[in-house]
Design a protein around this ligand. Structure first.
Ligand code: ADP
Length: 184
């Protein structure tokens, strides 16, 4: 990747601390469970803010497998779309968790492009109830996002929406490391 392109990729990745349900972007990503029918964490916050229509549309989707993603409208959210993806439950790292988590990010981004999404926000998928270590999850999220942004011209911004400052600091540290290792 040439230097200018690399800088552009780095500039399109943002870190935000707060509630993902409040973000005014084209699409927010929900860390859902495989039934797609309700939960706490990110899922609870998104459903509360979107209103009951979102659950009605989710029911028609008939679930979602781990590592896959599905899209709905955003209803009362500022975001036009909700992309729900099901992260892997952390089982120690030898059960294909990394590939499944990467797949969540990739499949969500592919759906975003197909739906003309130009700005998207991700929560730290799998790092809540599903127990995925935050540093490892951030590394996978950043790697997939950088690969993706460098290979598409239409997506302009990916926000990593963290719920606490410690998690945001981890993303900032890893993003700074990535941009420090500049291609020759
Ligand atoms: P999972 O089941 O995939 O682990 P969770 O919803 O339990 O998903 O949590 C994923 C991450 O999202 C956790 O780091 C949690 O702190 C964070 N989180 C919880 N609520 C919100 C919210 N409203 N906005 C952004 N991040 C959130």
């Amino acid at each position: 990747m040439v230097q200018e392109r690399y800088d552009a990729v780095a500039a399109s990745l943002k870190v935000h601390v707060g509630d993902i349900a409040k973000l005014d972007v084209d699409a927010i990503v929900n860390a859902a469970n495989s039934s797609l029918m309700g939960g706490g964490g990110v899922d609870g916050a998104i459903h509360r803010a979107a209103g009951p229509e979102l659950a009605i549309e989710c029911r028609r989707l008939h679930g979602c497998k781990t590592g896959e993603a599905k899209i709905t409208k955003g209803y009362r959210l500022a975001a036009r779309h909700v992309i729900r993806t099901v992260g892997p439950v952390w089982q120690g790292g030898n059960a294909g968790e990394e590939e499944l988590l990467a797949s969540c990010y990739r499949r969500s981004l592919v759906l975003a492009i197909e739906n003309e999404v130009r700005t998207i926000a991700f929560p730290a998928i799998s790092t809540g109830r599903y127990g995925y270590p935050s540093d490892k999850a951030a590394a996978t999220a950043i790697n997939v996002a950088m690969d993706f942004v460098s290979s598409t011209k239409t997506l302009v911004e990916i926000t990593f929406c963290c719920f606490d400052e410690a998690s945001a600091e981890e993303y900032r540290r890893q993003l700074a490391n990535q941009t420090a290792v500049r291609p020759s």
